[in-house]
Ligand binder design. Structure first.
Ligand SMILES: *[C@@H]1O[C@H](CO)[C@@H](O)[C@H](O)[C@H]1NC(C)=O
Ligand SMILES: *[C@@H]1O[C@H](CO)[C@@H](O)[C@H](O)[C@H]1NC(C)=O
Ligand SMILES: *[C@@H]1O[C@H](CO)[C@@H](O)[C@H](O)[C@H]1NC(C)=O
Length: 272
């Protein structure tokens, strides 16, 4: 158990490496926005809320019995920052009752693992825009989530213990078609495996790639790991197809490893 723990610790340290500087960079990127005109959708009845939540990979809903609290404008401003998240807001007692909510509550509903995260009245008291923005950045997991140190922290914070990384250069001509197939495969593993893209074109991601003993020449490649067990595996994937990705995932879940790197265990530690 000891080696398992330290192994996962090293992995999480590698993946989250550079978390602090990245936070500021992401904040700037996010607030630049693309147009930044999204407003939360006003949810006046239960079907509207159910529809919004059901259709979004990630939905943020603000349930506010009293709209005269400062958090409401902070919450609204987030909709402009996160264009890939659906925002809703409600003060309807019918809607609040449906979700068993009696006081202010901000909830993130996520499809990829059917998770619902809460910020309740107590948390909201001390919430400012920076904290709420960080909460969304960290938990904004989609069918395929693009890797960043902040997202790595979010990945390790889920109940899903297996994560799959596709390491590929976003500038490559095959990128878009590959992503479509990768995303299609992700839906087959809802709640079982989280799918991540690591843009190998960004040199700061070199540490992640070398952690899995992969060389530039072997990319694109898949790396899969278990956050509880000390297992991980990799396979180069010159062409990303649903069959190949699915086969690799199912093999790993069954305990088959393509690559025996027990002997490499020591080397992983020296890297730090
Ligand atoms: C919800 O907010 C609207 C607009 O401020 C207001 O007209 C309405 O009375 C509020 N509803 C409840 C149940 O408080
Ligand atoms: C609300 O609470 C009731 C009783 O505790 C529970 O049966 C129901 O599933 C809850 N509804 C939601 C949407 O969580
Ligand atoms: C709602 O939460 C706030 C902050 O925790 C608290 O002061 C207030 O009493 C709560 N209101 C109700 C109706 O529970």
């Amino acid at each position: 158990m000891k080696t398992t723990r330290s192994r996962c610790l090293i992995l999480s340290v590698v993946l989250m490496c550079g978390l602090l500087p990245e936070v500021t960079a992401d904040d700037e990127e996010a607030s630049d926005g693309l147009g930044g005109t999204q407003e939360p959708i006003w949810l006046t009845d239960v079907p509207a809320a159910v529809r919004l939540i059901g259709a979004a990979e990630v939905a943020m809903i603000g349930f506010f019995p009293d709209l005269e609290t400062p958090i409401v404008s902070i919450f609204r401003s987030m909709a402009q920052q996160f264009q890939d998240v659906s925002f809703g807001i409600s003060n309807s007692s019918e809607v609040l009752t449906h979700y068993n909510i009696t006081n202010s509550s901000i909830r993130l509903f996520r499809l990829v693992d059917n998770e619902q995260l809460h910020l309740d009245a107590k948390d909201i008291e001390n919430l400012d825009a920076a904290k709420l923005s960080r909460f969304i950045q960290m938990n904004n997991l989609h069918w395929v989530t693009e890797y960043s140190p902040m997202i790595a922290a979010g990945l390790f914070n889920t109940m899903v213990q297996t994560h799959l990384l596709l390491m590929m250069n976003k500038a490559s001509p095959e990128y878009e078609a590959s992503m479509r197939r990768y995303q299609e495969t992700a839906k087959l593993f809802q709640g079982r495996i989280l799918f991540v893209l690591v843009d190998s074109g960004r040199k700061e991601h070199g540490k992640v790639i070398s952690y899995f003993k992969l060389k530039e020449s072997q990319l694109p490649a898949l790396a899969i790991y278990d956050t509880v067990d000390n297992k991980w595996d990799t396979v180069p994937i010159p062409e990303v197809t649903v069959e190949k990705v699915q086969g690799f995932c199912e093999g790993f879940l069954k305990g088959e490893l393509l690559r025996d790197h027990r002997a490499e265990e020591g080397a992983g530690k020296e890297e730090l």
